[in-house]
Design a protein around this ligand. Structure first.
Ligand code: ATP
Length: 390
């Protein structure tokens, strides 16, 4: 069984309300979480959802109003930050401006009474790990990315068992951000330290992390692997926050095992996986489906698309016809937006349901395959659509 590194049990954090009001502000509202040893774990959510407050409580800069935090099985209530086996990398780096790069990295070790020679050796090793060689420079003589590396080296030099990172790449430009993402990932997998990573950037969380906790308004809505979160969001908020999703309104007609039938305006029936929660038949529900999970097919089948596409597409038609659990309905293209690698179509089905469909463009085709007003059919397998109760 995997060892638990950090555990939060019913953690609540309230801050005093604005002056003159009695109402407390609840920044974290009853969070329970387990983060495993060696895991790259993200706290992901929009601004103000309580990510930083959660991280600061793990670090010891804030204490919970109620509930408990355990690190490696030990309750840490009242333990100051520097006595916890964790280290934090802040978004603004928080480097000492009057100290050199090397002195910044050595500082924490010296405070912990580590012998000067050993502190220097360890600091040099940590700086090598983040590939920084400008030991004598002051922070203001460094770029944002280099300052971020110093902050990382300073956190890693103390060999924490947990590294807490609060939007560490937030101040970097896109290119540098991508490079640093890659470096953080390889560093984490080499060092096998538990990383708790705060970000509001869903792509960053999806590409970097082993598991993600999606937060909103102080609560954790869903915890899972990137694929779980993306493929099977359990709430509308999560589906919407993690990339683009179609939310289709309809009436729940039947539920049979893993298949629900939902009727849209205009009496079109579509299929989706039912929600885990039981929803009464005939109630209004939302079906979530990702734009890239929908296939557009010309009304007359693929043969009209030219000989090049014919072979592959006739196989595809056979696969569609053989698929027992599917939605296959008529529609009309109402908008086509060519965006280079993809074309983003709007397809109307039934009376008034608009679907966004993303189709990858192949070869050097410079325009979209389907035109406004064209009659088409849309197809998806039942397991790629989900009924959401919330
Ligand atoms: P961001 O991505 O913008 O940093 P966040 O998800 O990290 O947001 P927090 O910083 O944890 O959110 O803040 C959660 C809520 O708690 C916010 O409404 C914030 O205003 C409030 N809050 C945070 N710290 C304090 C404090 N010291 N006193 C009062 N309210 C606070």
């Amino acid at each position: 069984m995997r060892q638990v590194s950090i555990e939060l049990k019913n953690v609540i954090k309230e801050f005093p309300g604005a002056r003159g009001t009695d109402s407390a502000m609840r920044a974290v509202d009853n969070i329970s979480l387990q983060i495993y040893e060696g895991e790259f774990f993200a706290l992901l959510g929009p601004s103000g959802c309580g990510k930083t407050t959660t991280l600061r409580m793990i670090a010891g800069f804030e204490e919970p109003s109620s509930g408990e935090i355990l690190i490696r099985g030990k309750a840490v209530h009242g333990v100051p930050p520097f006595h916890r086996p964790v280290n934090t990398v802040f978004q603004d780096y928080a480097l000492f401006p009057h100290m050199s790069v090397l002195e910044n990295v050595m500082f924490g070790l010296e405070m912990a009474n580590v012998d000067k020679k050993e502190a220097r050796d360890r600091a040099v090793a940590a700086l090598e790990m983040v590939r920084l060689t400008q030991f004598d420079r002051k922070p203001r003589q460094l770029s944002g990315g280099q300052q971020q590396r110093v902050a990382l080296a300073r956190a890693l030099v103390k060999k924490p068992t947990v590294l807490l990172l609060d939007e560490p790449l937030g101040a970097l430009d896109l290119k540098l951000r991508k490079d640093m993402q890659y470096e953080l990932m390889s560093m984490q997998s080499n060092l096998k330290i538990t990383f708790v990573y705060v970000t509001h950037d869903q792509e960053e969380a999806l590409t970097m992390c082993d598991r993600i906790a999606v937060m909103d308004k102080g609560t954790v809505l869903q915890v899972g692997s990137p694929a779980d979160i993306y493929e099977t969001p359990t709430s509308r908020f999560v589906a919407d926050f993690i990339g683009e999703t179609n939310f289709i309104q309809g009436k729940l007609m039947t539920v049979n095992g893993k298949k629900a039938v939902v009727r849209l305006a205009g009496d079109v029936d579509i299929e989706a996986v039912p929600d885990a929660e039981t929803v009464p038949l005939e109630s209004n529900v939302t079906v979530a489906i990702r734009p890239e999970k929908i296939t557009i097919i010309p009304e007359t089948g693929f043969s009209e698309m030219g000989s090049g596409a014919k072979v592959a597409t006739s196989e595809m038609m056979a696969a569609i016809n053989n698929e027992p659990n599917k939605t296959f309905v008529n529609g009309v293209i109402t908008f086509a937006n060519y965006i280079g690698t993809d074309t983003r179509y709007t397809v109307r089905i039934g009376e008034s349901t608009n679907l966004i469909v993303r189709v990858q463009n192949f070869g050097n085709r410079q325009e979209s395959t389907y035109k406004n007003g064209q009659q088409v059919r849309v197809f998806w397998t039942t397991d790629s659509a989900r009924v959401l109760a919330h």
